[in-house]
Design a protein around this ligand. Structure first.
Ligand code: ATP
Ligand code: MG
Length: 424
C-alpha cells in the first residue's frame, strides 16, 4: 500500500519552489530595510500559551489546534500562528532590555485543523512580523506600508482594509451596544453566535455563516464607540497611510479571528482566491505582552500567508519566477566530458549557476536540456573543439555564437575571464 501525505498537508515540489524563494527573498529584503531582525522559534509550545493569547473562545483555540499530550503527559500544541511564540521568546529572553523597540520577523509553518480547500491547508506557512515597545499611530501606518510594499514589490494587486477595535476603555461600551443588538435578533443567529453572544460578543462579527453576516450588516459600528484616545489614534493612522500614498478602505466589520487585538487591525485582501480572500492580516495588541507575563509594552504585527501568495503568483504568469541557469556545458565524447566536468565546477566556484549532462546524449538532446533549465548560455565542446582548444559559446536568447578558448591546467583564471565575458 502506498502511503500518502496527510489531508491538508502538501508537498512543495521543485517546480513551485522558485515562487516560494522569490516571495521569501523579496520579503526578507524589505523587512531588513525597515530594520527588522529574524527570530526563529519552536513549532511546539505549551497549549496554555495559545489559549491565553489567542483567546479561549476563538475558532482557532476552540476547534483548530493540533493539541496532544507528550510522553510525559504535558499538554502541547503545534503553533497555529507566530505572534504568541515570538512574544513568549521576547519575554523569556527579556529582549526589551536589549533595545527599546524590538522589530522581529519569523518565517515558517503553522498548523490548524481546518477543512482543506484552495488556499486553506492544515499545514501552511506565514511570514510573521512583530514590533514590540512602541505605540505611536504612525508606526501602525509604517507596518502596514511594509506589508503593502511586500505585495506591491512582488507585483500582486491587493487592497488594504483597516479598522479599529478600540481598547479596554471603550470596547465594553461597544460590546454593550452589540449585546443589545443581538438580543433583538437572537432567534435568527446561528448556534455558534448564540454561544458567542454570551461569552465574547465581538466574535459574532467574525462568523462565517452567510445568514448571520446578512443580519450583522445593520449592527452597531465599533468606530462610533471609540474613546477619544482610540479615535485620535485611528485618525493619525489614516493620515499616515495617506502621506505614504497607500490606498485603503475602512471596514468597521473587520474584527479578526484572534482576541488579542486592540486599536488598529488590518487585512490585505484579494478577490482572486474565492473565500480565501485574506492574504495577510494583523493589528495592534497593546495588552498582550503583559498578559503573557511580560512587561507592560505595546505591540503590533501581521502575518502574510505564503500559500495564498504562491497561488496568486501562479495566476500572474508575467511575474512567475523561473529557475535560471547561467551556463550549460554541452559535451560530446568522453574527453570533452572530462573537460566539461572541470569547467562546470570551476564556473560554479565563480558564483555562476552551471550544469552539464553526464548521460552522453546527442547535441540536440543536450541543447533541449539547456533550454529546459532556462540557460542563458551554452558552451559546446566536442572533439574538434578540444583539438582547437576553442569551444563554441552560444547565447541562448540572441542565438549568437562565438569561439572561446578552453583553457588548460589551472582553470581558476580561465573561469574568471569567462565569467567576466558573460552578461549574466
Ligand atoms: P481566514 O479568514 O482566511 O481563515 P485568518 O483570519 O484565520 O484567515 P490569520 O490567522 O490572521 O488568518 O492568518 C494570517 C494569514 O495566514 C491569512 O491572511 C492567510 O493568508 C494565512 N492563513 C491562515 N489560515 C490559513 C490556512 N489554513 N491555510 C493557508 N493559509 C492560511
Ligand atoms: Mg481562519
Amino acid at each position: 500500500m502506498k502511503v500518502k501525505a496527510l489531508k491538508g498537508f502538501k508537498d512543495i515540489l521543485p517546480d513551485e519552489v522558485g515562487s516560494w524563494q522569490f516571495i521569501e527573498a523579496t520579503a526578507r529584503d524589505i523587512f531588513q530595510r525597515f530594520g527588522f531582525s529574524e527570530i526563529k522559534v519552536p513549532i511546539l509550545e505549551k497549549t496554555s500559551l495559545f489559549a491565553r493569547s489567542i483567546g479561549e473562545t476563538t475558532d482557532i483555540v476552540e476547534k483548530e489546534m493540533y493539541t496532544f499530550e507528550d510522553r510525559n503527559g504535558a499538554l502541547i500544541t503545534m503553533r497555529p500562528e507566530g505572534t504568541a511564540s515570538v512574544l513568549r521568546a521576547f519575554i523569556e529572553h527579556s529582549l526589551h532590555t536589549k533595545k527599546p523597540v524590538q522589530k522581529l520577523f519569523t518565517i515558517g509553518p503553522m498548523f490548524r485543523h481546518e477543512r482543506p480547500q484552495m488556499g486553506r491547508l492544515r499545514q501552511f506557512h506565514q511570514m510573521s512580523v512583530e514590533v514590540l515597545g512602541a505605540d505611536q499611530p504612525l508606526l501602525d501606518a509604517e507596518v502596514m506600508a511594509m506589508a503593502w510594499s511586500v505585495l506591491d514589490t512582488i507585483g500582486l494587486p491587493i487592497s488594504l482594509e483597516i479598522n479599529s477595535l478600540g481598547c479596554a476603555a471603550c470596547r465594553p461600551d461597544f460590546n454593550n451596544a452589540l449585546v443589545d443588538f443581538l438580543e433583538e435578533r437572537k432567534g435568527g443567529i446561528c448556534e455558534d453566535c448564540e454561544r458567542r453572544r454570551h461569552k465574547n460578543p465581538l466574535r459574532v462579527l467574525d462568523c462565517k455563516s452567510e445568514n448571520c453576516q446578512k443580519l450583522y450588516k445593520d449592527s452597531p459600528s465599533i468606530l462610533d464607540h471609540l474613546c477619544q484616545g482610540c479615535d485620535d489614534h485611528f485618525k493619525v493612522v489614516e493620515q499616515g497611510l495617506t502621506m505614504l500614498n497607500i490606498p485603503y478602505k475602512v471596514n468597521s466589520f473587520m474584527v479578526r479571528g484572534l482576541d488579542y487585538y486592540t486599536r488598529t487591525t488590518f487585512e490585505l485582501i484579494t478577490d482572486a482566491l474565492g473565500a480565501q480572500s485574506a492574504v495577510g492580516a494583523g493589528g495592534r495588541y497593546d495588552g498582550l505582552v503583559k498578559q503573557l507575563g511580560g512587561p507592560n509594552l505595546p505591540g503590533i504585527g501581521f502575518a502574510i500567508g505564503m500559500e495564498r501568495l504562491v497561488l496568486l503568483l501562479q495566476q500572474h504568469a508575467e511575474i512567475q519566477k523561473k529557475p535560471k541557469n547561467d551556463i550549460f556545458i554541452a559535451a560530446l565524447g568522453p574527453a570533452a566530458q572530462e573537460k566539461a566536468f572541470v569547467i562546470t565546477n570551476a564556473l560554479r566556484k565563480r558564483g555562476l549557476t552551471a550544469a552539464m549532462d553526464y548521460a552522453d546524449r546527442s547535441l540536440k538532446a543536450q541543447m533541449k536540456q539547456a533550454d529546459k533549465l532556462f540557460s542563458k548560455y551554452t558552451l559546446i565542446i566536442g572533439d574538434d573543439e578540444l583539438e582547437r582548444g576553442e569551444g563554441t559559446l552560444r547565447n541562448m536568447v540572441t542565438k549568437e555564437q562565438v569561439g572561446v578558448p578552453l583553457g588548460r591546467g589551472n582553470m581558476d583564471l580561465w573561469s574568471q575571464e569567462l565569467a567576466e565575458k558573460l552578461e549574466i
